[in-house]
Design a protein around this ligand. Structure first.
Ligand code: SF4
Ligand code: SF4
Length: 361
């Protein structure tokens, strides 16, 4: 059984820190104070009232992407990534939240509304349906992906898929990660009301799939539709995808497992099976892949709180791509796509690849 918060804080404080090698933040910073166990020990002291309560002493609570790599090796079943979000909520409540996150609820709401509006600029109006068996949730950061996913659906005989007629194009993950659980619950309630008319909702962002599946119920917010990641939904139609004829080039694209899709939701095979149809022989694997995959640096609102560290994490992930002489990464997350497109490397989303593979001759 998974230990509760208090037991987790004690376990992390006194265990021999066997997960220390896994943390992308402490690996990027080479600082003992930001290994998972040390961050949890800081949180324990703060909750016991034994820590000076100020922004500096709570700073390490923000040194986490929520990637789950530490939990993967923890023999006690502790989830520091999730607990540190609670530590951020404690800091926020006592007025010692991270300064870079000031006003985050308003910013997330504005971004979610802008994302929903942006989808309307690239998707024909008749595809927005107030109720449907299956609807896509417009994602943030990559409005074109909604149109591209619809194109793929049309080409594989799933023309019935619509787009959810919502005002919020985000499941609210950044609010939870930033330490704003009350704003997260309000966001979840608003989106859940808007999604009442759908049986299944297909979501492009792995972190929001996790938030909607796991954290909405944990926050007392029932959600009518079943929530699927895009790769899970499209994998049901795999037999309808054409098999690519050409052998993959020697320096083929690497597949990057998004942390929330892989470690948090256990979805490793669906994107690979889809990509195997597009790339005979499959995509290239990183040496650290699946459960051992390294973070792209985009989770846990780290790009807002520790941008230089987030960049160092991204650069570390791309080292292997450069060493292999490759220039392309494929992933299944808009945040990872944005993070990993740099330094001569282009990251593409799975749906971009599938749109190319299904393009009529
Ligand atoms: S997550 Fe597990 S291995 Fe890591 S410090 Fe905590 S108890 Fe120890
Ligand atoms: S969840 Fe990831 S970033 Fe956070 S402490 Fe664990 S390994 Fe480090």
């Amino acid at each position: 059984m998974m230990p509760d918060l208090d037991a987790s804080l004690t376990l992390c404080t006194y265990c021999p820190k066997l997960c220390r090698h896994t943390c992308p933040v402490s690996n990027a910073e080479a600082r003992e104070t930001v290994i998972p166990g040390a961050k949890m020990a800081t949180m324990r002291l703060a909750r016991l009232g034994k820590l000076e309560s100020d922004v500096e002493s709570t700073a390490s609570l923000y040194a986490c992407t929520g990637c789950g790599a530490c939990s993967e090796v923890c023999l006690h079943g502790v989830t520091p990534g999730r607990h540190l979000f609670t530590g951020r909520a404690d800091a926020e409540r006592t007025g010692h939240g991270h300064p870079a996150l000031a006003g985050l609820p308003d910013r997330v709401r504005a971004h979610a509304e802008a994302s929903a509006r942006a989808a309307r600029e690239v998707v024909p109006p008749h595809r927005f349906q107030p109720s449907a068996e299956v609807a896509l949730l417009p994602g943030c950061d990559d409005p074109e992906a909604t149109a591209t996913t619809l194109t793929v659906c049309d080409r594989i005989g799933a023309e019935y898929v619509g787009v959810a007629d919502v005002s919020l194009g985000c499941g609210g993950y950044p609010l939870l990660a930033g330490g704003f659980p009350d704003a997260f619950r309000l966001h979840a309630e608003a989106l859940a009301r808007q999604l009442q008319g759908y049986s299944r909702v297909v979501v492009p962002c792995p972190a929001c799939v996790w938030a909607m599946r796991v954290e909405y119920p944990a926050h007392g917010v029932p959600l009518r539709p079943e929530v699927l990641h895009t790769s899970e939904f499209l994998a049901q139609f795999i037999e309808r995808l054409p098999v690519a004829a050409a052998a993959r080039p020697a320096a083929a694209a690497f597949y990057h497992d998004p942390c929330y899709l892989g470690r948090q939701l256990g979805i490793y095979d669906a994107p690979r099976r889809l990509l195997e149809r597009a790339f005979p022989g499959g995509v290239r694997e990183f040496s650290r892949t699946r459960g051992e995959s390294e973070c792209s640096g985009g989770g846990g609102v780290l790009p807002l709180t520790m941008p230089a560290t987030a960049d160092a994490i991204t650069a570390r992930r791309l080292e292997e791509v450069h060493e292999a002489g490759a220039t392309e990464v494929i992933t299944a997350c808009a945040t990872c796509k944005r993070r990993l497109t740099r330094d001569g490397v282009t990251a593409r989303d799975l749906v971009d690849v599938l749109a190319e593979a299904t393009r009529p001759a």
